[in-house]
Design a protein around this ligand. Structure first.
Ligand SMILES: [Fe+2]
Length: 346
């Protein structure tokens, strides 16, 4: 197996390849370095099989979609990833074959709901969940310190001690560590129970990454277009979130809310289906088509998407346009399907 870290800065991109078949997997590419990745692949005589983001990044523009566009490879992410550009959504326990290598997916939420780790032989790529001598921040939307503690202690720390740890970031100049070393030395986790870890993470004031909204929006929505004025974090935080069962109850009542689905047409008719009676306006068309909803300016609207992220953006946009009763379906069609609630696929 061939493993290379290609950025040589705090933000890590890994190239993993099968030495026999020369098939390769690219993990967490950055958009600004795509030329370099293509150069290394060509120089090493490797053929890219797939590109994967370990989670939706908030600190840099993902290069995954551009690599997919340029090479035609599949883009893989966890099934809770909000972006529609993914070709294969994977979940805990699934494997991704790259030549004769087999990468096992571990769902390790905490930093984000869609965070995954990849176990390839005796190497584990931990994204921003477990870092060397640290852990990823959990204060972004969807982050959860308790989940992160469980992901690390119940999944990553149960791997063999010699497993080599490759994080998506390192701020201290470390390049490599092992599960055994992190289990016994990681200062965030050592001798700390779950509640102590939650309290510790809550006590740390992390500065917001610069340009977080400019980075998050294209990474979450696949829209990179100045014509859409995206809401800011405080507007997103104000969106009322409804649990799937609350939406299910509301649509059975005499005056049901309007269900507005903001995914792409292919997703609306795809595997997750849609909720009966919902209307489709893809997020990127919403600002110019919002007047189609003018009858609902003051009546309840529930916005729906894949994982509840794009729809939160849409709900904030509509609120900003003067719609007064807009809510979001929390967890989107992923949670709706997991709960076994009814869907249509036509
Ligand atoms: Fe991250």
């Amino acid at each position: 197996m061939l493993i290379r870290e290609l950025n040589q800065i705090q933000c890590k991109t890994y190239l993993v390849a099968c030495a026999e078949t020369r098939r390769a997997l690219l993990i967490d590419p950055e958009r600004g370095h795509v030329d370099r990745y293509l150069g290394v692949l060509a120089y090493e005589g490797l053929r890219l099989d797939a590109v994967i983001d370990t989670h939706t990044h908030a600190d840099h523009l993902s290069g995954a979609a551009l690599m997919k566009e340029l090479t035609g490879v599949r883009l893989i992410m966890h099934k809770r990833a909000p972006t529609p550009q993914v070709d294969a959504y994977v979940d805990d326990g699934e494997t991704i074959d790259v030549g004769r290598l087999s990468a096992r997916v571990l769902h390790t939420p905490g930093h984000t709901p869609d965070s995954l780790s990849l176990l390839i032989g005796d190497h584990v790529f931990t994204g921003d969940v477990l870092l060397i001598g640290g852990t990823g921040r959990t204060d972004f939307a969807g982050g959860d310190s308790g989940e992160q503690y469980d992901s690390i202690t119940e999944k990553l720390f149960t791997l063999p001690d010699a497993t080599v740890v490759h994080p998506a970031h390192d701020y201290r100049g470390n390049t490599v560590s092992s599960i055994g070393h992190e289990r016994t030395h990681n200062p965030r986790l050592k001798d700390r129970g779950r509640q102590e870890y939650i309290d510790l993470m809550a006590s740390i004031a992390f500065p917001l990454p610069s340009k977080i909204q400019e980075v998050l929006q294209p990474n979450q929505t696949a829209i990179d277009d100045d014509k859409i004025h995206f809401p800011d974090l405080s507007q997103l935080n104000e969106v009322r979130q409804l649990a799937p069962h609350a939406v299910r109850t509301a649509i059975a009542e005499n005056h049901p809310p309007l269900l507005l689905d903001v995914r792409e047409q292919s997703e609306f008719q795809g595997e997750l289906g849609h909720i009966r009676g919902s209307i489709l306006i893809p997020l990127k068309q919403l600002p110019e088509r919002a007047d189609e909803l003018s009858d609902h300016q003051a009546s309840p609207i529930v916005v729906v998407c894949r994982s509840g992220v794009r729809s939160t953006t849409a709900a904030a946009i509509l609120t900003g346009l003067g719609f007064t009763d807009v809510s979001n379906l929390r967890g989107g069609m992923v949670d709706w399907n997991e709960l076994g609630l009814p869907v249509e696929r036509q």
